[in-house]
Structure formats: structure tokens, C-alpha cells
Design a binder for this molecule. Structure first.
Ligand SMILES: [Zn+2]
Length: 189
């Protein structure tokens, strides 16, 4: 059940593992060690067996109304809305959409408390305006790892999830999150 949230509890021991370098990761042992339940048979969860295709999922358990679509023009620095906004009550769990590494887990300017993941495919996925962050920088995550809870931190008029996908680490390299997840077989809307 490790993918159903609470995965962050494994962060501290995992840090020790990370310090021992990439050898474990190269052997494919890192995910197994980071998630003790992963190897148990018959769990029926989203995780594929080690070495299987990457698992992708939505950032929220349920579907919520879109309060601001991706790409609309407005007073953002980029001139358009760089992510998609979901009208979600504060305190709603936000999950990793697939496997990757935590790149940012802190207050991030106008994004408020935010988590940005570097996905294993090289893209960056940002979840913003959170009320709580449940992962630490450099932690490895899998699909459905709990990242935090929604809120209204940063520049926002109310609680919502801003979900953004970038091709690079930098602001302005955003792409349509709906198309991105669709290319992974996930329907965001
Ligand atoms: Zn937004």
C-alpha cells in the first residue's frame, strides 16, 4: 500500500541509500529499497514489476473542475497561463504522476509552497499553491507517491492546484499538461 500516500515516510532511510551513489540505481535496486511493499506479490496496485513500463497517473484522485485552462492569455510573466488550474478544496492530496526525483520542495515565489519533479523521461512537473509538502528534495518518487496537499499559498485568490509541465527546468518551457499526460495514456480531464 506504499503508493497510497505516506510514501514520504521512507524519505529518511532512502537518503542514506542515495548517498551510496548511483550503483544501486543502476542495478535497479533503488525503487525496491525505497518501497518495501513493492516486491510483495498480489498487491494489485498501480506499480508495475521492476523493469516493466513506467506507470502514469493523474495528480488528483478525483476529477475537479478546471478554473483556468492552460495557455490562456493574461498577466503572467510568460504572457499566458503556464499550467492548468483545478478548483480543489484545500487539504486535497496531490500525487506524483510517475517516477522521478524531487527537484524543488519549498516555497517557490508566486507558486507558493510547491513541488517540482524531474520525471524519468526528462520533463519537469510542478504542483503549486500547496498547503503542505510531504517530500524532500532529491527523494525518489513513483506514480501515486504523496507529494503534499492543496492550498492557497503564493499568488492566488483561493485554494486550487496549479499543475504545470515543462520541457526544461526553467520557467517558460511549459507545455500543455493535458496533451503531455495523454501521450502517457492518462486522461487529465
Ligand atoms: Zn495556475
Amino acid at each position: 500500500m506504499c503508493t497510497q500516500g505516506g510514501d514520504w515516510q521512507g524519505t529518511l532511510p532512502r537518503r542514506g541509500i542515495l548517498l551510496r551513489g548511483g550503483a544501486l540505481a543502476a542495478l535497479g535496486l533503488l525503487p525496491a529499497l525505497g518501497c518495501a511493499h513493492r516486491a510483495s506479490a498480489g498487491s494489485g496496485e498501480l506499480d508495475e514489476p521492476l523493469g516493466g513500463p513506467p506507470v502514469w497517473t493523474r495528480p488528483l484522485s478525483d476529477k475537479y473542475p478546471v478554473s483556468a485552462a492552460y495557455g490562456i492569455k493574461g498577466k503572467w510573466l510568460a504572457g499566458h497561463h503556464t499550467g492548468i488550474d483545478f478548483a480543489v478544496p484545500a487539504g486535497t492530496p496531490v500525487y506524483a504522476v510517475s517516477s522521478g526525483t524531487v527537484d524543488i520542495a519549498r516555497y517557490y515565489s508566486e507558486y507558493g509552497y510547491a513541488v517540482m519533479l524531474r520525471m524519468d523521461d526528462g520533463h519537469f512537473v510542478l504542483s503549486a499553491h500547496l498547503s503542505k509538502i510531504s517530500v524532500k528534495k532529491a527523494a525518489k518518487v513513483q506514480a501515486r507517491t504523496l507529494l503534499g496537499e492543496t492550498g492557497a499559498s503564493g499568488r492566488t485568490t483561493g485554494p486550487h492546484l496549479h499543475f504545470e509541465v515543462r520541457t526544461k527546468r526553467d520557467y517558460g518551457s511549459d507545455i500543455d499538461p493535458v496533451s503531455y499526460l495523454a501521450s502517457k495514456g492518462v486522461q487529465l480531464l
